[in-house]
Design a protein around this ligand. Structure first.
Ligand code: NIG
Ligand code: FE
Length: 401
């Protein structure tokens, strides 16, 4: 047992069995001068002056405790890097132009195909540990830099390997439909992706498709997602990153677990997503990284009761592991409040990857907690650009990442 004693405040979303939306997204519970008692991997009590004869006591005076961050959208397993593309972006080349010329995703595909599994493990482990030290305690990871069987499987194995190291948990997503490989025929590639689904199911719980101009159309995405659903996958989509191009509407039509990006979604699409019970996963690091001001309309989404989550999108185009930075961008660039950003990075983010046991600090919830060196939880976003996380507790254990 572990007793965290004397926190300045313990701050948490309210316990809920459905994602928080609307005004409820802006409310967090603040317990001043509180302790947290943990038994095995669960929280057993939160309150003042808790006692335990057997627990190891950790003095957390002067610190703030919040739930561990859940990062529900990353492409963290890749080889190589693309710092030269930042210079191209500064010269005015767009993300889609770079991709259409064999750069972007296709460049990373080449590097990931050429990397030995052990190298891929070691490169990814560095990022995985960065993510944990920045407060991520559950991390979703997608494949999609193989676009052929051997490398897709290699990426999925590495994502599972990371989750079995006793650090953070991973949730793994198959994204064979991330881009059309160079020289491939569209129809045959889509059949190939669908043919991989049964074998990949052992390695991945979700299937995701990049539905966008230059990637896959709405009809192609529907076909792949329906076949993934028949194979028992949870479903996700990269949608409306640049405009309302059908992906958001498709997510609503099929009732996907999440629709991610949504920077270009219209009000009708936002309402359709809300009605279908889909969670909007917003990735403000992405417009930031492509030097764009086109952030998702978070205020419109909250006003229309669409539950939203935040994620890093960690990938070689948008290279950050930090959910703290993402919350800061959400506040400074999407006008979300610090409370909304915290809710979107904890309990709502957990729902976006099908987890209902984490993201809240209350009796019975999983003991994934962050001890932060700040005087008030709002400093997580107000004081930007440094790591506020002092200790990370995952499943009741202090993690040294
Ligand atoms: O979510 N948009 C598609 N996929 C990733 C980017 C991947 C890459 O550029 O390597 C995204 O932004
Ligand atoms: Fe992505």
């Amino acid at each position: 047992m572990l007793l965290l004693r004397g926190a300045t405040e313990v701050v948490t979303p309210s316990a809920t069995s459905v994602p928080l939306s609307g005004e409820a997204m802006g409310i967090v519970e603040r317990h001043p001068n509180a302790d947290v008692l943990i038994e095995n991997d669960k929280i057993v009590a939160v309150g003042k002056n808790l006692e335990s004869e057997v627990a190891e006591i950790i003095d957390v005076s002067g610190k703030v405790i919040v739930p561990g961050f859940v990062d529900p959208h990353t492409h963290l397993v890749w080889a190589g890097s693309r710092e030269h593309e930042l210079e191209w972006k500064l010269e005015g080349r767009t993300y889609q132009e770079i991709l259409a010329n064999g750069g972007g995703i296709l460049r990373t595909v080449k590097e990931t195909r050429n990397s030995e599994e052990e190298e891929l493990q070691q490169e990814s482990l560095i990022r995985f540990k960065n993510a944990i030290r920045s407060g991520s305690t559950t991390i979703e990871i997608k494949s999609g830099y193989g676009l052929e069987e051997e490398t897709e499987l290699k990426q999925l194995r590495v994502a599972n390997w990371l989750g079995n190291l006793g650090l953070a948990e991973t949730v793994v997503t198959f994204m064979g439909a991330h881009a059309l490989p160079e020289g491939a025929d569209r129809r045959s590639y889509i059949s190939f992706v669908c043919s991989m689904l049964p074998e990949v199911r052992e390695l991945a719980d979700f299937c995701d498709v990049f539905c966008e101009e230059g990637a896959f159309t709405e009809d192609e995405s529907r076909f792949i997602l329906q076949s993934a659903s028949e194979n028992g996958f949870g479903l996700k989509i990269h949608a409306d990153e640049f405009g309302d191009t059908g992906g958001g509407r498709l997510a609503a039509e099929l009732g996907l677990v999440s629709a991610d990006h949504l920077a270009g979604s219209t009000l009708d699409t936002i309402k359709a997503l809300r009605d279908s019970g889909t969670i909007g996963v917003l990735l403000p690091g992405t417009p930031f990284a492509i030097l764009s001001d086109h952030f998702a309309p978070a205020r419109k989404m909250i006003a229309n009761n669409l539950p939203i989550a935040l994620a890093t999108d960690c990938n070689p185009n948008c290279y950050t592991e930090s959910m703290q930075l993402v919350q800061q961008l959400a506040v400074f660039r999407m006008n979300m409040s610090p409370a909304e950003a915290l809710v979107a990075s904890t309990i709502n983010a957990a729902f976006a990857i099908g987890k209902t046991d984490r993201g809240c600090i209350a009796e019975g919830w999983r003991a994934d907690l962050l001890i932060c060196d700040i005087p008030d939880y709002r400093h997580l976003t107000y004081h930007f650009g440094i790591n506020h996380v002092d200790k990370v507790i995952i499943g009741g254990k202090i993690i040294d990442a």
